[in-house]
Design a protein around this ligand. Structure first.
Ligand code: IVH
Length: 714
């Protein structure tokens, strides 16, 4: 429905193939006499229906736009009549609830854990215990994947989701219902003709799909934030966030694997899974019934590699006795059921020596500690380094100098340090203490309240920060000045040709042609010289010039404001349309923008409160970069329809930006440079003679400010 969710949707295509009884809805606009309650009820049902067919059946009957409009209509009605808002309102999907402290809930049925096995022999022992316990060979197993996320319990009454509780200590957990409601595949109200018990509880694993995790880390990288360790911790941390609207954008998912309650109407676990599927729950279709332990082992072998293709992390298999009466007969030990066990795949791991810890400084000054390891072969690649994420992680591992550490590569791409071989520790090995000063510029590090990451506050001269900002600015996702790379930028900085990215727009051919850089070969320390050839100089200048056409939203992203990633930049640009409005906006105005949180708003306000940032933006504006964007609504006039217009110079009665808006409002297009496609050049005072010459050469008609105004008013 929401385009922002389309990535998740790709995953769901694979996971959900279910049938659903189609329902027709009447257009509300045709029924003006409905009471507010009826309108809210109808919109709620209608939106839930469309959500259901989208997520469960992978089809749509209305456009995203229509869906959003209906949702807005519902939200407006709910705002005016909060008492009429239904528990299964689709508006809960986008969050909005802030919970300062989660209520503790006692589980009706204890949330137990499973015994682990790591070998076929251990599994065969389990099978013998089952056979002995039941006194027969007449039983079957139901095998499922073991999903790596956080266990949750969901209570439904009359088909409506009432409560979502974390596992906690197994006896009691946190009530995080508003957060759980943002999980799009979790039904808020069952939408099915298949009968279901009046009250029941389902349990499952909440997880962050791998593509979502990857995108989140990419976004964090683009924003200069430290990388998140793994999808499981991220999912778990996300579910415990206080602001459910932040949870909503994290796009978590959930696979259900257990049904509890009286009168379930099922005799086996397989039937329970099938019922849950029919009621609209996201049951992973990877389960299989196995007649005996040999078939279980085949299933285990089959999924060992296949599981790595799934869009979520799994770390083993869960084997359950299928018949419920036999489960009851076997019962529980103090901690685990006797009728189920898990088989854990061995994560590839190795022991190696911790040689050193180095600290990387990102473009926002964020410090990432990295374990430098004695090279070791792991899952087919040589591992020399592993991220340690932050000071807390080093503390958690309790690292000492020269420790022998265990590194592991599960489904994750980056190897991780999972522990220390304590008996191998040298008796006098000192504990690792976190650095207090920036390894690059020596400035004392700071750590913001509630943040795990340390920062170097010297954004002005700390070399990796200065370089990192420019690298981000020129990167493909930002200004896409692809003729430049980190080495060239480093050279420009060393030669004093630029101080920041605004300097790129003042570079001249004379400065670049024949410029000699000296690069140090990191391995040998040898100094190598390279010079910029004429053709390269021209290419660089051309791509810098071309970047002036990059739209406002991308320029805003390129500025590298902390927490302003690509999507946020787009939202801000859409809303404020011009840099001046954004720069002057208050914290309150910014948080009002849909999906913009306090952290982002704070960061934007702080950025523009700093004089040198404003001056930087001004320099970029003067260089002709795009700092405004056409209004999303249609042009109101047509007098300039289809015309491409360039604006240059200073104007008397309107600002340059206002003039550009006028062009757009009247159906014209604003171009940043003159070409044979340009129809008019609106020329103000102080326009450079080169532009005038070029316009004359290309036969482009020049308009004075007054002539332009006459044209649109004619
Ligand atoms: S059944 C009585 N099935 O593994 C135990 N658990 O160690 C009921 N898990 O806390 C659990 N995938 O978080 C079950 N298909 C699956 C599972 C699964 C993951 C997790 C769950 C549980 C832990 C048990």
């Amino acid at each position: 429905m929401n385009p922002a969710l389309s990535k998740t949707r790709l995953i769901l295509v694979f996971w959900n193939r279910k049938s659903f009884e189609a329902k027709r809805f009447t257009d509300l606009t045709c029924m003006p006499d409905l009471t507010v309650k009826q309108q809210i009820d109808q919109l709620t049902d209608e939106l839930n229906y469309h959500s259901h067919i989208y997520y469960q059946e992978n089809r749509t009957e209305i456009s995203d736009y229509e869906f959003d409009m209906k949702l807005k209509e519902l939200e407006a009605l709910e705002k005016e009549h909060p008492d009429l808002k239904r528990e299964d309102s689709p508006s809960s999907r986008v969050g909005g609830t802030i919970t300062k402290e989660f209520e503790t809930i006692h589980h009706k049925y204890r949330m137990l854990s499973l015994g682990n096995t790591y070998s076929k022999e251990e599994l065969e022992d389990f099978d013998k215990r089952v056979a002995k316990g039941l006194g027969t060979d007449d039983y079957e197993y139901l095998c499922e994947l073991k999903f790596d996320g956080l266990a949750m319990s969901f209570t439904y009454e009359q088909g409506v989701l009432k409560q979502a509780v974390t596992r906690g200590d197994g006896v009691k957990g946190d009530n995080i219902t508003p957060n759980a409601k943002t999980i799009r595949t979790l039904p808020l109200k069952l939408n099915t003709k298949t009968p279901y018990p009046e009250n029941f509880e389902v349990r499952g694993e909440v997880f962050m799909p791998l593509p979502v995790f990857k995108a989140l880390n990419e976004q964090r990288e683009a924003q200069g934030e430290a990388q998140l360790a793994n999808p499981r911790n991220t999912a778990s941390g996300t579910m415990k966030m206080q602001d459910s609207s932040v949870v909503a954008v994290r796009k978590l998912d959930c696979h259900l694997y257990a049904l509890y309650g009286k009168n379930q109407g099922v005799e086996s676990h397989e039937e329970a899974l099938k019922s849950m599927e029919q009621w609209g729950f996201n049951v992973s279709p990877t389960y299989r019934k196995c007649k005996n332990i040999a078939e279980v082992i085949t299933y285990i072998e089959e999924w060992e590699m296949k599981r790595l293709e799934l869009p979520l992390e799994t770390d083993g298999i869960v084997i359950k006795v299928n018949r419920i009466d036999q489960q009851d007969e076997l019962g529980f030990t103090a901690k685990n059921p006797r009728w189920a066990i898990s088989y854990k795949y061995k994560a590839e791991n190795a022991a190696t020596e911790l040689l050193d810890i180095t600290y990387q400084v990102g473009r926002t000054g964020a410090i990432t500690p990295v374990a430098e390891l004695s090279p070791v072969l792991l899952a087919g690649t040589t591992v020399k380094r592993a991220s340690l994420h932050n000071a807390n992680e080093i503390e958690r591992l309790g690292l000492h100098e020269g420790d022998t550490v265990f590194v592991e590569k599960g489904g994750e791409i980056i190897p991780k340090v999972t522990g220390v071989n304590l008996p191998a520790r040298k008796p006098d090995a000192p504990k690792i203490t976190y650095i207090t000063h920036c390894p690059e510029c020596g400035t004392e590090l700071v750590r913001h309240e509630n943040e795990a990451v340390h920062y170097c506050p010297n954004d002005e001269t700390c070399p990796p920060q200065v370089l990192g900002r420019i690298e981000h600015f020129i990167s493909r996702n930002a200004m896409a000045i692809e003729t430049l790379g980190p080495r060239t930028i480093k050279g420009f900085l060393q030669k004093g040709l630029i101080e920041d990215f605004s300097g790129l727009y003042s570079l001249t051919f004379e400065q670049l042609n024949g410029l000699v850089f000296e690069d140090e070969d990191k391995q040998t320390g040898e100094i190598k010289k390279r010079s910029v050839k004429e053709k390269t100089a021209l290419n660089i200048l051309e791509s810098i010039e071309k970047s002036k056409e990059v739209p406002f939203k991308t320029v805003l992203f390129a500025l590298g404001i902390r927490f302003v990633g690509k999507t946020v930049a787009e939202k801000l640009a859409d809303h404020f349309q011009r840099i001046e409005s954004l720069a002057e906006a208050s914290f309150e105005t910014i948080v009002e923008v849909h999906e913009i949180g306090e952290r982002i708003a704070e960061s934007v306000v702080e950025y523009f409160s700093i004089e040198k940032n404003r001056a930087l933006v001004q320099r970029l504006q003067d260089s002709g970069l795009q700092f405004y964007q056409e209004a999303k609504q249609e042009a109101t006039g047509t007098s300039l329809s289809g015309l491409s217009i360039v604006v240059s110079g200073i104007f008397e009665s309107v600002s340059r930006d206002e003039l550009k808006s006028l062009i757009l409002e009247n159906g014209g297009k604003v171009a940043s440079s003159l070409s044979n496609k340009t129809d008019y050049l609106v020329a103000g005072d102080n326009m450079g003679p080169a532009k005038k010459d070029k316009a004359e050469k290309l036969g482009i008609k020049m308009l004075s400010e007054q002539e332009f105004l006459n044209l649109i008013n004619s």
